[in-house]
Design a protein around this ligand. Sequence first.
Ligand code: SF4
Length: 397
Amino acid sequence: MDLLNTLVDKGLRRELPTREEALAVLATSDDELLDVVAAAGKVRRQWFGRRVKLNYLVNLKSGLCPEDCSYCSQRLGSKAEILKYTWLKPDEASEAAAAGVAGGAKRVCLVASGRGPTDRDVDRVGKTIEAIKEQNEGVEVCACLGLLSDGQAERLRSAGADAYNHNLNTSEATYGDITTTHTYADRVETVHQAQAAGLSACSGLIAGMGESDADLVDVVFSLRELDPDSVPVNFLIPFEGTPLAKEWHLTPQRALRILAMVRFVCPDVEVRLAGGREVHLRTLQPLALHLANSIFLGDYLTSEGQAGQADLDMIKDAGFEVEGTDNVTLPEHRLPKDRQSDEASGCGSHQGGCAPCGSEAAPESDAVAEEPASSDARTDLVAVRRRGAGTDLAPNA
Ligand code: SF4
């Protein structure tokens, strides 16, 4: 298939596909699916081998958010029966994090509901980061606290945070349909603040909210331009009690096509298989490891994932390996200059020339977006989290 050969060549050279090529990946048929996975898998292996990075979520503060993000079970007015609690103490968060690290997680993601942190919250999270790093040598910590105010990214960096997550979630054009209490531009600004402070930026999307193919391509091209180091790909978990509860648009095949498209557009970044993988990929999860090089271990913020041991078994059975702390996740050319080896430049040991990531503008496209395939609502697979952080029960890791 010419399309796939072209996309593999571009992915190996870190060259941006055209919008038409990205749209064409989403429009491939089920007969072509394994060819699509195999092609994007070549790009994944070029930059990340067969390694899978494990990340572990700790929900520091759950529910009762004043923002109205439609997809979120913690939103203003949510009727979802999730756990609701205020800030975990540093030692409680550290205990939860330690379970994830013991399960093989290399990064701990500290998340708090809310529009953004107060300066007092930043202090609190700083103490939490300190406690986690003291007890778990070599662990990376990512903070996800919402919109940042001036100076907060720098303070988090000084407190030991390695990364900051703030997702774009959907295209600029549809952002106002999903959330009204803040803007797409607010989100972009926070990612820029994190990058300017020297934090590794993590920013991704949520698929399955009723968006068109063109919207998906738009947000992924915007992410490439923003140039985060990691891109979590979430698949909407339509929680009962939220406005998007009836939005069941994804099939396992479509979820794989979306991941493949993200890999082709962002070939050398950490593409993370995030929330909703069990619900939407179901028995096809192992195929997604050929596309994403990173997953969350165990549970999510407000929902339960499959058992941590099942994640580890899946990785092994599919022929992949958990990335250790001695492996550097990102390809050498993406590391800060002071961490690159003397001989490395551009793609380092890899073949092909290097276009600077995000240097090409996306060409305009008139391609017609294909309607997402519908699937039966699998509400039976949505389980509200009842264990781990904020409960007396052991975490899933
Ligand atoms: S700001 Fe975060 S916690 Fe609050 S509703 Fe939006 S996604 Fe949910």
